[in-house]
Design a protein around this ligand. Structure first.
Ligand SMILES: O=c1ccn([C@H]2C[C@H](O)[C@@H](COP(=O)(O)OP(=O)(O)OP(=O)(O)O)O2)c(=O)[nH]1
Length: 157
């Protein structure tokens, strides 16, 4: 069972998100883009530990990011807290897909709190305004043991 958009909005507002009406969707809440990065060195996934490689934050040109084909990392604009008994999924806005672009995202764990990031895959050049809605967060009921306590807890807050 998935939560209603109003319940997702309440969870985000409890985490300090300042939502406008356009972000409130029937089944979830739209997340905006706060920053776009280009990775500049390799990261590492080891058997023990991990490292996120250096990245460079891109500046908007004029009123928007003008992105060529390629892989980018985006930081969302809203603080998120995934409530207990829930799991979060972030999906791309369909307008991204309709423009040959997408977001790749992973599981948002119960108990995670922070401003998350995702991979923006640009399949055709696109213009994205800072603060534009780019993704949608939905929350589903989920059993879990423990809550998120990893390296990204409270990131970007
Ligand atoms: O697309 C996503 C998916 C998740 N998260 C946040 C919420 C999630 O709870 C946290 C950690 O994600 P995950 O557990 O997949 O990361 P990991 O690489 O396994 O790190 P850790 O070892 O800290 O669990 O990152 C994002 O920012 N973006």
């Amino acid at each position: 069972m998935f939560d209603s958009g109003a319940a997702v909005a309440a969870a985000l507002e409890a985490a300090g998100a300042d939502l406008d009406d356009a972000q409130r969707q029937p089944n979830g809440v739209d997340l905006t883009v706060d920053a776009v990065f280009q990775q500049t060195e390799p990261g590492r996934l080891g058997r023990d530990g991990k490292r996120v490689g250096q990245r460079q934050e891109l500046e908007p040109r004029g009123d928007c990011y003008r992105l060529e084909r390629g892989s980018y990392v985006v930081r969302y604009g809203e603080p998120v807290r995934i409530p207990e008994e829930r799991i979060g999924f972030v999906l791309p806005r369909s307008t991204l897909l309709r423009n040959a672009c997408t977001l790749d995202t992973a599981v948002w764990d119960a108990g995670y709190e922070g401003v998350g990031e995702g991979r923006l895959d640009v399949g055709h050049p696109i213009e994205i305004e800072p603060g534009a809605r780019i993704a949608q967060l939905v929350l589903a009921e989920a059993d879990h043991e423990g809550t998120y306590d990893g390296a990204y807890q409270e990131e970007n807050l």
